[in-house]
Ligand binder design. Structure first.
Ligand code: APR
Length: 234
């Protein structure tokens, strides 16, 4: 019997790879104001500050290596008798570096550049600057291809279709503070999927999950993947 699994990941899955989370003690939102570095208004006000913020995160992400949690999800995708879609809120590429193929970046990706004038997308250089000309229209309006607050996350229809067909929904390393991702568990529960949270501490939506395992992702994710492969491939 094949199993359809949708997995939502957040900053917590990359924490043990050395990439900062947002809302933990000393996290990114304790160091920077969201309205300055993660909104279209902030970018219009001071594009240099925004590029500086994402250039630093792009450099960190380029140096970072996947951890046991990323590798466990890649193993699950390779061995599962069924389908696996990873919907990540993360803009790093650690799922892909670990070997996962079916990854959807709903908040965009640091490795991507976007032209605010014509919508052209290309591979971001290591360091971006506001005067970089767009390769397609030459306008000096290039930005990181990252979804900011007040903007629409990418591929929501594809995500909703996957949730509607899911047998299992797993949420890993996210605080459940940001919508629409924080609502995925309700959608999964509504269609009768089994819901699992793997997190360092209970998220804002913990009570909506049928199964919760607390601990670092490098422990909880490999354990859960091993149990799931034993169950579905038996
Ligand atoms: N293992 C598992 N979970 C962890 C670990 C770890 N080692 N370290 C931290 N966590 C958990 C925290 O307990 C917290 O619940 O990861 C979560 C991180 O929460 P946030 O910092 O809010 O990150 P995230 O949920 O991904 O934020 C969602 O908000 O700012 C926007 O666009 C940004 O994509 C981001 C979105």
């Amino acid at each position: 019997m094949t199993t359809n699994i949708v997995i939502l990941t957040g900053a917590g899955i990359s924490a043990e790879s050395g990439l900062g989370t947002f809302r933990d003690e000393g996290g990114l939102w304790a160091q920077h104001r969201i309205e300055d570095v993660a909104t279209p208004e902030g970018f219009a006000r001071n594009p240099d500050l925004v590029h500086e913020f994402y250039n630093a995160r792009r450099a960190n992400a380029a140096e970072a290596a996947p951890n046991a949690a990323h590798y466990a999800l890649a193993e699950l995708e390779a061995k599962l008798d069924g389908t696996l879609l990873i919907v990540t809120q993360n803009v790093d590429s650690l799922h892909e570096k670990a070997g996962s193929k079916n990854v959807l970046h709903m908040h965009g990706i640091l490795a991507g550049a976007l032209c605010a004038a014509c919508g052209h997308r290309w591979e971001a250089p290591a360091v971006m600057a506001k005067e970089d000309p767009c390769p397609a229209c030459a306008a000096p309006q290039t930005r990181p291809d990252v979804v900011w607050f007040g903007e629409i996350p990418y591929e929501m229809e594809r995500i909703e279709d996957a949730l509607s067909a899911a047998d299992i929904f797993v949420s890993i390393g996210t605080s459940g503070e940001v919508y629409p991702a924080a609502n995925f568990v309700s959608h999964a529960d509504y269609i009768g999927a089994h819901t699992v949270e793997l997190n360092l501490e209970p998220s804002a939506g913990a009570s909506r999950f049928a199964e919760v395992h607390l601990g670092p992702a490098t422990e909880t994710v490999p354990q859960w993947v091993a149990s799931e492969l034993a169950r579905t491939n038996s």
